[in-house]
Design a protein around this ligand. Structure first.
Ligand SMILES: [Zn+2]
Length: 384
């Protein structure tokens, strides 16, 4: 994992080995507390950072985690009767765990332990998915999507409780007004990075009266004020995860363009990563900042796979300190493919053994991601 530091969230074998070898490591306090953390306590363990913060860090963000029943059948087969999604994600584990900050997008609420589970249109996914995300190396998940309220307030509660138990941070939905108000600020090797998460709507489900804080709905002014509050609370970098766009459409919509322009014009927002279309959308620099309009599906098993719904992309950004602030100085995209198997497996197409289908997917994703001039702005992909 060149250029990456061992992640602070887990005492990995790699770090243990490195520590034994006497290699100076940046320690981070992110998630090191035993007690589950509510959504974003600005003071989370900052004081236990043992080293000066670094001059750069990497972020890897991936697409929709959309747990259709056939993925769960695969996970049951892999777990010998117990649900275990880890093998599904194994292909991207080096990529995600190699980042200093791994960001996932959990599109669906989680079911109670043991079920009942459900797929489209009203999702309730096995909670074991959270364990697999943690194992893959994710640190935090955005949870605002059009499915956030599929199982009502109880679903929100269960999902966030499970993420807490698993040691994954989260933002985008909340169990209380107080939780919703606190910005999620992550400690990335001593650098404070905030994450925001908003969705265009909730499939017609109204947020209960008096509980607008259950899930974040896109409102430009609200997003900007949340970004401002995060910066005021000490965040050095603010990343917004937006659930937007049109399903199965690669093209960026007029609404996406307008919102990206408005948000990136603010000094309080540094990066936008997008979700929802279930197909890859372009990357583009807007207002001098990177916008990954849509990362496609990370994992999904639609009843009628379209090819494009199996092609996703991970975004990898390196932020570096320049003068008094942070900016992205390296932007990469890493195409992925859901190999429908059997067995169903997620592949990192820049490291997986080449196949005809993989080559097609690479070509398709290159074309879409670069279609708005991102290559000229410095976006690259490993191996291209
Ligand atoms: Zn969606």
């Amino acid at each position: 994992m060149p250029g990456s530091r061992a992640k602070g969230m887990i005492m990995t074998n790699m770090r243990r080995a490195a520590a034994l070898a006497g290699v100076a490591l940046m320690l981070t306090a992110c998630g090191s507390e035993a007690a589950p953390q509510r959504n974003g306590t600005p003071s989370t363990g900052i004081s236990s950072s043992a080293a000066a913060s670094p001059d750069s860090f990497t972020v890897v963000a991936t697409g929709d985690v959309l747990i259709h029943p056939r993925l769960t059948e695969q996970a049951e087969a892999d777990g010998g009767g117990k649900i275990d999604y880890r093998q599904l994600f194994a292909g991207v584990k080096p990529l995600v765990s190699g980042a200093d900050l791994g960001i996932c997008h959990l599109e669906t609420p989680l079911a109670p332990e043991g079920g009942p589970y459900s797929g489209y249109p009203s999702f309730s996914a096995p909670p074991e998915i959270a364990d697999a995300l943690k194992d893959t190396g994710y640190d935090t998940c955005s949870t605002a999507s059009n499915h956030t309220l599929d199982q009502g307030a109880a679903g929100v509660q269960r999902t966030l409780d499970k993420l807490d138990q698993t040691g994954l941070k989260h933002t985008g939905s909340a169990r209380s007004a107080g939780e919703a108000e606190k910005p999620l600020i992550l400690d990335v090797h001593g650098v404070k990075v905030a994450q925001l998460s908003y969705a265009f709507g909730f499939n017609g489900i109204k947020r209960p009266a008096g509980k607008p804080w259950l899930a974040n709905e896109i409102d430009p002014d609200e997003i900007l004020s949340a970004a401002r509050e995060a910066k005021a609370a000490g965040a050095e970098v603010v990343i917004a995860s937006l659930h937007w766009g049109v399903e199965y459409q690669h093209d960026v919509t007029a609404e996406q363009k307008q919102l990206a322009q408005k948000l990136t014009a603010s000094p309080d927002l540094d990066l936008i990563i997008g979700h929802h279309a279930h197909v890859v959308q372009p990357f583009q620099k807007v207002g001098g900042k990177w916008v990954a309009f849509g990362l496609g599906n990370e994992v999904a098993r639609h009843d009628e796979p379209r090819g494009s719904t199996e092609e996703g992309v991970a975004a990898r950004f390196r932020f570096s300190r320049a003068g008094g602030h942070w900016a992205v100085d390296k932007a990469e995209y890493v195409p992925t493919l859901i190999d429908l198997g059997p067995p169903i497996r997620l592949r990192d197409l820049t490291t997986a053994p080449p196949t005809q289908r993989g080559k097609e997917a690479l070509a398709n994703t290159d074309e879409v991601v670069l279609s708005r001039g991102a290559g000229d702005e410095g976006l690259s992909r490993p191996g291209r």
